[in-house]
Design a binder for this molecule. Structure first.
Ligand code: KG4
Ligand code: ZN
Length: 327
């Protein structure tokens, strides 16, 4: 049994967690920055980096205290090394390097996307490789066949916006504020998903990829002409239809053990529900992490660290922070 300390700071959440290789989450501490970014309607990289600096060390201390362990009892230190806002990534990675150097423990540089992608195996011990992963976050929208730790076959990606980005931009257009995804979901509850005719980019085409820019532009054209709740509900339904259609196409070419969804947009109940039905249609298991594990957190980084550590994959202390890092 290994004990891993995980650190996350690639966007606007600072977090630390202690997770064991037998899937026990001993501690998780997290500080969001929503209030700091809200006046700007989006994440401001400079503000984010400064906020990470202020809270990272206290969060690590609090996590160790919550778990009742010392750094000496930790087997490895996992930190997000990218992709993300470089100033923020550097804060977590440098903290991880310093702790690794001071304690003599190995460092595991984790790809944030791998953190999202392996997180369903933290919450579900029975999830076996290969699984089809729909990874939907603020920066990414991909379909991956997860064949093993570090073995990801990309089947589709977005040709313009990510799904979460589309939610965030639409929220801004509709005056629903920041962060956008949860705001659109909430507004959509009071709306009719079929009230506003909106496009489903690429649906019906053999093309495997995603596209959301045209959908967002059409919401912009129709904003003000329909009730906000109907626009939100119709937009959300269009995104769901796109995600389901593209996933259905991917399922033609692979034989996974399960259909899995992860990333911030996986917290959306309409998205989860539609994918669950799609999985049932194909006689596949459906796995989605609990909501708190879908949005950015350090437990998923610690878990990815545990999986990589078990596979003997540690990193040198001069491993770079990477703003871009495809899986
Ligand atoms: O994974 P995540 O926390 O950070 C990134 O790695 O990007 O994902 C954040 C994204 C944001 O775009 C946010 O609006 C979206 O996930 N999101 C949601 C919901 N909760 C978060 N989108 C739709 N419905 C939600 N309930
Ligand atoms: Zn993320």
């Amino acid at each position: 049994m290994a004990l891993i300390l995980g650190l996350e700071s690639s966007c606007d959440e600072t977090a630390a967690a202690l997770v064991t290789s037998d899937r026990r989450i001993l501690a998780h501490t997290l500080a969001g920055q929503e209030a700091a970014h809200r006046p700007y309607g989006g994440v401001v990289p400079e503000i984010a980096a400064r906020a990470h600096v202020e809270v990272m060390a206290p969060l690590v201390e609090a996590a160790l205290a919550e778990a009742g362990v010392t750094l000496a009892e930790v087997d490895a230190i996992a930190a997000t090394a990218g992709p993300g806002l470089i100033g923020g990534v550097m804060v977590g990675l440098v903290t991880g390097k310093a702790l690794a150097l001071a304690s003599g423990k190995p460092l595991v540089a984790v790809n944030h996307l791998e953190g999202h992608g392996l997180s369903p195996r933290l919450s579900d011990p029975d999830l076996a490789f290969p699984y089809l992963l729909l990874l939907v976050s603020g920066g990414h929208c991909q379909l991956l066949l997860v064949e093993g730790v570090g073995r990801y076959r990309r089947l589709a990606t977005t040709i313009d916006d990510a799904a979460g980005e589309a939610f965030d931009k639409t929220a801004k257009l509709l005056g629903l504020g920041f962060p956008g995804g949860p705001a659109v979901e909430k507004a959509a509850m009071a709306g009719d998903p079929h009230a506003v005719p909106l496009p489903r980019p690429l649906v019906g085409s053999g093309e495997p990829h995603f596209s959301f820019a045209g959908l967002k532009s059409d919401v912009a054209r129709k904003a003000g002409k329909f009730p906000v709740a109907d626009l939100a509900a119709s937009f959300q339904q269009a995104v769901v239809d796109c995600l389901v259609d593209r996933t259905r196409i991917a399922l033609r070419s692979v034989r996974p053990t399960a259909l899995v969804v992860a990333g911030g947009v996986a917290a959306n109940k309409a998205v989860r529900g539609a994918l669950e039905s799609l999985a049932a249609e194909h006689g596949l298991r459906f796995v989605a992490p609990p909501l708190w594990l879908c949005t950015d957190n350090a437990a998923m980084i610690a878990w990815a660290g545990a999986e990589r550590f078990a596979a003997g994959l540690t990193d040198p202390l001069d491993v770079p922070a990477r703003p871009r890092w495809p899986l």
